[in-house]
Design a protein around this ligand. Structure first.
Ligand SMILES: [Zn+2]
Length: 460
């Protein structure tokens, strides 16, 4: 029985999908004007793990993670670079995919781009206006009137007055209430035509919050199971999504809200001004992507995650212990044996609000047992359970012999030593081992050619 900590009720609840056997999940994705940072890595890996676990539990999952490709920062960056918004966002979407692929993050079922859903956003704003929840402000922006929506603040657990006290009130603008937020931004002459759409409220573009309400409704319906995102989005972004969606449709929007914790660097908030800001690419220059994934999953998703070289080095050592145990275990697609004692403990941990910290602890116990001379099936079980988390899917030799940094690959000495080991295996007629080494090298991008003079190699 799966339980999920629901941010809306602030407690763990038994998970029951709206439609039996099906889960519809939406996660707020990236605003694509720069490379993804460690905070993005965490959101992508955490909800990839959630989707994998739901699927492993037998649910038919539809997972949507959106792309925000209309935004003030995007417009500004494109103008600074002297390029189109499309060119800028296409480039950073490609970069995001490279980072996600490296981290073993499977593609969501849908990755809607906001630009393709503007009509849906406009019809949602129209409904809010009909219901008296939206108004045109003096500056011609269309705003949501938070005081007209009964449940405003329920996700934050605060009243409107408490929320207002936490807001900066020195911002002078044209809104009726400082917490009112923009649904439709009136176009400015200086903005490019690419960022302007005709609408009943004049030329302009959607606000950020309405993007997610419209895209989720289009792809998942206006009432679905799980909505996720980073903790920093809980207020105001998710509070505003609830107000828009429930305000427009007149019924519940999402049953379970999930938020992952912050990423800190050396126990400080990660920020460009503090000089401790890391992109995923920066980190992958130093660490194997699987080490980074392991590091993220080793913490419970709701806990803060503290990035430091010491913690990453520790993660690398821990993952090395698991791969060392797997040295003799071939990479084969084997499903876990869920009746086994370790698999049962693993399942219990994952069913307890996705407790990956505990699930990984089970893998270490299993590796210890296997190392003490356990039967080969235990090695397969270790691989199979690792795979459920998107880990331990590589050939152990490849992991252990390096590939420390992404793209670095093996150096010549490592390659030669693996070729020698393969020749020795062939002489000993251990062809399975020889094939395994050839496959391992191929995975590292090294192609072998056997000739009369022996074996030569080249990079693929
Ligand atoms: Zn969102």
């Amino acid at each position: 029985m799966l339980t999920i900590h629901n941010s809306l009720t602030r407690r763990k609840e038994r998970f029951q999908p709206i439609d039996a056997g099906k889960v519809r999940m939406y996660v707020c994705g990236m605003t694509v004007y720069d490379y993804c940072h460690l905070g993005h890595a965490r959101v992508m890996v955490v909800f990839d793990m959630v989707a994998r676990w739901l699927r492993a539990s037998g649910f038919d999952v539809t997972y949507v993670r959106n792309i925000t490709d209309i935004d003030d920062k995007i417009i500004r960056r494109a103008q600074e670079n002297g390029e189109t918004i499309r060119a800028l966002t296409d480039r950073f979407i490609a970069a995001m995919h490279e980072d996600a692929d490296a981290l073993g993050v499977l593609r969501p079922d849908h990755e809607p781009r906001a630009m393709d859903y503007v009509a849906g956003m406009q019809s949602l704003i129209g409904r809010l206006e009909e219901k008296g929840l939206a108004y045109v402000a003096a500056n011609r922006d269309v705003c949501f009137a938070v005081r007209k929506f009964d449940g405003y603040g329920k996700l934050s657990g605060k009243s409107i007055d408490e929320l207002r006290a936490g807001e900066r009130v020195d911002v002078v603008d044209d809104k009726n209430d400082p917490l009112d937020f923009v649904l439709w931004k009136h176009a400015k002459a200086s903005e490019p035509a690419e960022a302007k759409w005709d609408s009943p409220w004049g030329s302009g573009r959607p606000g950020w919050h309405i993007e997610c309400s419209a895209m989720s409704a289009d792809l998942l319906g206006d009432h679905f199971d799980i909505h996720g995102g980073g903790q920093d989005l809980q207020f105001p972004h998710h509070e505003n999504e609830i107000a828009q969606s429930e305000g427009a449709h007149g019924h519940a929007f999402v049953n379970y809200w999930m938020h992952n914790g912050f990423v800190r660097v050396d126990d400080e908030k990660m920020s460009k001004s503090l000089g401790n800001f890391f992109t995923i690419r920066d980190v992958l220059k130093q660490y194997d992507p699987e080490v980074v994934r392991f590091f993220i999953l080793r913490a419970h998703y709701r806990s803060p995650l503290n990035y430091s070289d010491a913690h990453l080095d520790d993660a690398r050592q821990a993952l090395t212990r698991l791969y060392t145990a797997l040295k003799s275990v071939p990479v084969e697609a084997v499903a876990p044996d869920w009746n086994g004692p370790w698999a049962q403990r693993f399942r219990a941990a994952m069913d307890d609000d996705f407790n990956t910290a505990e699930a990984l602890a089970v893998l270490f116990d299993l590796a210890n047992e296997f190392n003490r001379g356990g039967e080969p099936a235990l090695g397969q079980q270790l691989r199979a359970l690792g795979k459920v988390l998107g880990l331990l899917e590589r050939d152990a030799t490849v992991f252990l012999q390096g590939r420390v940094a992404a793209g670095d690959g093996l150096d010549a000495a490592q390659i030669e030593s693996m070729i020698e080991a393969r020749s020795a295996a062939k002489k000993a007629r251990d062809f399975a081992e020889a094939d395994r080494l050839r496959a391992a090298l191929l995975e590292a991008g090294i192609v072998l050619e056997d000739g009369p003079q022996g074996t030569s190699w080249r990079r693929a």
